[in-house]
Design a protein around this ligand. Sequence first.
Ligand code: IPE
Ligand code: IPE
Ligand code: MG
Length: 241
Amino acid sequence: MTDLDRIPVHVGIVMDGNGRWARARGLPRLSGHNAGMLAMKEIVKKASALGVRYLTVYAFSTENWKRGAEEVSGIFNLLIVYVDRELAELNANNVRVRILGEYGRLPANAVERLNRSLRTTADNSGMQFNIALNYGSRDEIARGLRAIAADVLAGRLAVSELDEALIADRLYTAGMPDPDLIIRTGGERRLSNFLLWQSAYSEFVFSDVYWPDFSAREFEKAIEEYQGRERRFGGRRQNGR
Ligand code: IPE
Ligand code: IPE
Ligand code: MG
């Protein structure tokens, strides 16, 4: 049973396995991405209902441009459909949408729809739903360091002031708690450039289920696995010597 008093505050998800899900069914990859959007919709609802405060999903990485133009534009179009269809419900559920990543480089119609979803939900006080889009952790850190270097050169910041908190402040996740739990579906056991800095003490749960099949119950199971872990942050065991 999921312990509702110990729900992770911030959950990150690497939503992987759409392509293999489609292939296993003899369908085109985009059908997998479409099914993945439907899974995402269900998990957003479930996470919000369980009381997760921040949900960060990895939707498109800085490396995913390597895929053919057709797949890339197909993914962005599905995202537009998702935002258009779900915005009212996200709003009704008091969810605040944020984007992590350089989404300004997406096609103009996608940027416009995303901006609308940000504006419409900006004042909501429920779960924050972060969509990592054209996101790469190394790119994020490099951007942050460029901004810091510019501040140093302009005399706004002394080198001696540069510490962990200041770096964290220059990331897309500024002001958010680090993820307690990171889930990766689809069977691979790697981060693929997701939240490298922020995941220093995250718990990892890997699921072999392809993302389109990742149900609300699978999400609960991942949280239950997390709840069985003992987090030490470098300290001693709770009851050990
Ligand atoms: C994850 O599914 C979605 C994105 C990376 C956009 P994949 O498309 O990577 O699915 P697999 O890994 O090929 O099965
Ligand atoms: C990670 O999945 C990125 C997203 C889920 C958006 P990938 O499918 O791109 O990762 P690799 O290539 O297997 O490492
Ligand atoms: Mg993949």
